[in-house]
Design a protein around this ligand. Structure first.
Ligand code: ADP
Length: 270
């Protein structure tokens, strides 16, 4: 595989996708396209708005949908304000993400397509998408329509118990996105007992036990069928271990190279 156009990285929440994504980016000169990052962007827009009420008030359980956008805007007092549509989208994303629920396919597919289009549908390590069978069908159809290929799907495998421990200790640097773990990889500033806020090291709003358990259950019920579908369609598929006995950047690289049949270093060809 010399001319790699697009790769998908799948796996449970907290399985260890990011280090594998980083390797694929370096190896094939690709760019990350992460639906989680897209949603966090919208979460940020809504957070800036500093709404303190209960988001359930915007959800109509009988209709199983949000109340109309205009009604949301009215309640928030943002009718006619620039960026009001994005604040509403941010509210909806916050509602799902913080509960550990997948954002509905309709919203996710549209945001994904627009971000992928901005890359001319090429050169992406697609991370966190597809997560449902509908999204998987959408992705393959979109790629076929645009005449681009999906070269490989990397499935990062990991046990729920390990994931729970790893995820609850996970911290992220707000400024550069670097990932840390309070036990296995503490941020250097924290070792010196410096202020968490000053160092911009935060915990993701959805990294709590309740939300994580929900995400793991969403994976079992919704993402497994997406994996089955991609395999049935004959997409080149590579399961890779998310937990390594001796974890290092080199070990991650070696394990990905091994499953994908890549030379451990040197020219980008598989
Ligand atoms: P993690 O790091 O836990 O794997 P991500 O950062 O990929 O999670 O995504 C964070 C949250 O954003 C998910 O728990 C879910 O609420 C939402 N999300 C991300 N990608 C998708 C998707 N493809 N479909 C639906 N919801 C998604």
């Amino acid at each position: 595989m010399d001319d790699v156009q697009n790769v998908v990285v799948m796996g449970k929440s907290g399985a260890g996708k990011q280090p594998r994504v980083d390797f694929l980016i370096r190896r094939f000169n690709l760019k990350q396209l992460s639906t989680g990052d897209i949603f966090r962007h919208y979460l940020g827009l809504f957070k800036e708005f500093a709404y303190a009420g209960d988001l359930a008030a915007f959800y109509d359980s009988a209709a199983n949908d949000f109340i109309p956008d205009a009604a949301i805007m009215e309640q928030l007092g943002i009718i006619g304000r620039p960026g009001a549509d994005d604040i509403v989208l941010g509210l909806k994303a916050t509602y799902y993400v913080n509960q550990g629920l997948f954002v509905p396919d309709r919203i996710t597919n549209a945001l994904f397509e627009s971000a992928f289009r901005a890359m001319d549908f090429r050169g992406a390590v697609i991370d966190g998408f597809p997560r449902t069978r509908e999204q998987a069908e959408f992705l393959l159809n979109l790629m076929q329509r645009e005449g681009v290929k999906l070269d490989a799907v990397l499935l990062v495998e990991n046990e729920d118990e390990l994931i729970i421990n790893r995820t609850l200790g996970r911290r992220i640097c707000k400024s550069c996105g670097e990932l840390f773990h309070m036990e296995f990889r503490p941020p250097p500033h924290e070792r010196q007992n410096e202020c968490l806020k000053k160092c911009d090291i935060v915990q993701r709003s959805d990294d709590n036990l309740e939300s994580l358990k929900k995400r793991l259950s969403e994976f079992r019920t919704k993402t497994r069928p997406a994996i089955d579908y991609l395999r049935e369609q004959g997409t080149p598929f590579f399961p890779v271990p998310g937990n390594l006995p001796n974890y290092s950047k080199e070990a991650v690289e070696a394990s990905v190279c091994e499953v994908m049949g890549l030379a451990p270093s040197g020219a980008a060809s598989i």
